[in-house]
Ligand binder design. Structure first.
Ligand SMILES: C[S@@+](CC[C@H](N)C(=O)[O-])C[C@H]1O[C@@H](n2cnc3c(N)ncnc32)[C@H](O)[C@@H]1O
Length: 285
């Protein structure tokens, strides 16, 4: 997969090579061994999985689920288009279930008819126009496994219905990828994050934002504006970039590290849980 992407997409090729070839030589050599003989978890740690941001987000959510005794969680992709990302999520969900035992319910949201009409400059009309990224839904649906649902229609309508009817505390949200390109669509999709039942979320769901990387993206338009407004409007839910993720990774040049955010759920049941008393160690004793 990675090799196909590198062959067919010059921009992706340039970015992947630039990011990877500027990493320390000994780490790149070690990752060759991991590519040949490593476990799935080691491959995720070394960014050797196609769409490493999806692999990281799903595996981190699975670990969080394990820690809190949750057997299954929900992973959402906003903006499906041709479906490469959704099928990638499905493939990764199988591998993660094998590695951790945690099941993943995958849900994709898309209009099914490509981009709607941009409202104003906040939707970056210089980048996108109505009808971009159409979908062949029959072909895509025929490829989807049983653990995946594709929900078609404007997110303004489909997401609130999903939160109300299908999202439960048995399958809390663990990971969501936002790739709807527009400010307006992203803001509408954020209704996924505002259920009054905080048990419908893992303690710290992982969010990926695709459309924050170009030089013309800014805090006054697009996904970043939607995030800022969400944070201003919701006292108990905040979206914040995962600061210090870079320092926790082996390969630190990857662009996706800046695209991972966390949903902080201040009214989560875990906020009310007591735990056994903790003590600080003291090396002088
Ligand atoms: C860039 S594409 C997604 C690509 C996909 N994530 C991938 O990685 O292959 C953006 C998609 O968002 C969808 N979209 C944008 N605004 C929407 C809205 N308000 N409701 C539903 N779908 C929307 C479009 O139909 C389009 O297919």
């Amino acid at each position: 997969m990675v090799f196909k992407k590198i062959r067919e997409h010059p921009a992706a090729r340039e970015r992947i090579l630039r990011e990877r070839l500027t990493e320390p030589l000994h780490l790149n050599l070690a990752s060759l061994c991991v590519a040949g003989f490593g476990t799935f978890r080691a491959k995720v740690a070394c960014d050797l999985i196609y769409r490493p941001h999806y692999a990281y987000g799903l595996l981190s959510a699975a670990d969080q689920a394990l820690e809190s005794g949750v057997k299954e969680f929900t992973a959402v992709e906003f903006g499906v288009a041709a479906g490469e990302g959704l099928l990638n999520l499905c493939e990764l969900s199988r591998r993660i279930q094998r590695a951790t035992g945690v099941r993943i319910k995958v849900v994709g949201f898309d209009s099914g008819a490509g981009m709607p009409v941009a409202q104003d400059y906040r939707d970056h009309p210089e980048e996108f126009q109505s009808g971009d990224f159409p979908m062949d839904h029959e072909k895509l649906i025929s490829r989807l496994p049983d653990n995946c649902e594709l929900i078609l229609g404007p997110v303004r309508e489909t997401v609130p219905a999903f939160v109300q009817e299908s999202m439960t505390s048995d399958t809390p949200l663990g990971f969501a990828s936002f790739d709807l390109d527009y400010y307006t669509s992203t803001k509408e999709a954020f209704s996924l994050l505002t259920s009054s039942d905080a048990a419908k979320y893992l303690f710290l769901p992982i969010l990926y934002f695709d459309d924050i990387v170009l030089p013309n993206y800014n805090n006054w338009a697009g996904e970043l504006l939607a995030i800022n407004e969400f944070n201003a409007e919701h006292e108990y839910r905040k979206i914040e970039q995962y600061r210090f993720l870079r320092s926790r990774r082996i390969f630190r040049n990857a662009r996706w590290l800046d695209q991972i955010f966390l949903l902080h759920v201040f009214d989560h049941p875990r906020m009310k849980m007591s735990h056994t008393m903790r003590r600080m160690p003291n090396v002088y004793f």
